[in-house]
Design a protein around this ligand. Structure first.
Ligand code: HXC
Length: 257
């Protein structure tokens, strides 16, 4: 498919999607988010791709938020029907997603990074939810996902003051996986992605789904989902192959079946 605001490439079994409006600090206009959802769904259907990296073009930003110029005159109904559902489609991607963040990840940019399953960020990355400064609040999960990881008090400070937070502090709270020198975020994300891509892909998808359940259901329901996913994997050829390879002391050859 042809996209105006994103770039899509493949490196072996890893898909790389780049937000590509560097002059606007990759501000997320409605078309960009729709293209992103389309591209991620297309990659999600591609059995050859087993992990996806999401990154921003240019050195200054992953994404500086939703496009304020586009939103400035919108009505609630236009916001509701203007493609906000794309965020839900991104949340439902089965393939593991890794955000590679350099520079600003603010507002919707911070929320987009938090839609991913792991986050690699440079030392100079700055996260935050500055929406309060333009008279609104986070609208794509920022209050919820930050609160569930940073806790109530630090999250309140961030969303009530719009202050930025460093990759180092987020890493200390477990919200960033790797803090790396500027310019190395893609390399490190790719290494991480290749490690994920080498695993049995159905197991990776069900692992992702099961961990996500920890955010979305009670412990009892989450445990039940995990158990069912665990049992389900005993129907796969890759499970036989993985266990046989262990017994035979060789590397498994996973086929995604
Ligand atoms: C539209 C944006 C933008 C944005 C930057 N730009 N962020 N355009 N929407 N969110 C544009 C600027 O207008 C400018 O273009 C160019 O990118 C470079 O930005 P500057 O401001 O000149 O750079 P700098 O002075 O270095 O400041 C960087 C910054 C600042 C601190 C990141 O740009 C900033 O505060 N941006 C807005 C951050 C924000 O409030 N995000 C939350 C948005 S609301 P021109 O052509 O003017 O020079 C949101 C809600 C999400 O995200 C809800 C779910 C979708």
């Amino acid at each position: 498919a042809e996209y105006q605001y994103i770039l899509v490439e493949r490196k072996e079994r890893v898909g790389i999607v780049t937000l590509n409006r560097p002059k606007e600090l990759n501000a997320l206009n409605f078309q960009l988010v729709a293209e992103l959802a389309d591209a991620l769904e297309e990659i999600d259907r591609d059995e050859e791709i087993r992990c996806i990296i999401l990154t921003g073009a240019g050195e200054r930003a992953f994404a500086a938020g939703a496009d304020i110029k586009e939103m400035a005159d919108k009505t609630p109904i236009e916001m509701f029907s203007g493609g906000f559902a794309a965020w839900e489609r991104i949340r439902r991607i089965h393939t593991p997603l890794i955000a590679a963040v350099q520079g600003y990840a603010l507002g919707g940019g911070c929320e987009l990074a938090m839609h991913c399953d792991m986050i690699v960020a440079t030392e100079n990355a700055r996260f935050g939810q500055p929406e309060i400064g333009i008279g609104v609040i986070p609208g794509a999960g920022g209050t919820q996902r930050l609160a569930r990881t940073l806790g109530k008090y630090r999250t309140m400070e961030l969303v009530l003051t719009g202050a930025q937070i460093s990759a180092q502090e987020l890493a200390a709270h477990g919200l960033v996986n790797r803090v790396v020198p500027p310019g190395e975020h893609l390399t490190v994300a790719l290494q991480l992605a290749q490690t994920v891509a080498a695993q049995a892909p159905l197991a990776a998808r069900l692992a992702k789904e099961s961990v996500q359940a920890a955010f979305e259901t009670s412990l009892e329901e989450g445990l039940e989902q995990e158990r069912k996913n665990f049992f389900l994997l005993f129907s796969t050829e890759d499970m036989r192959e993985g266990m046989r390879a262990f017994v035979e002391k060789r590397k498994p050859d996973f086929k995604g079946r």
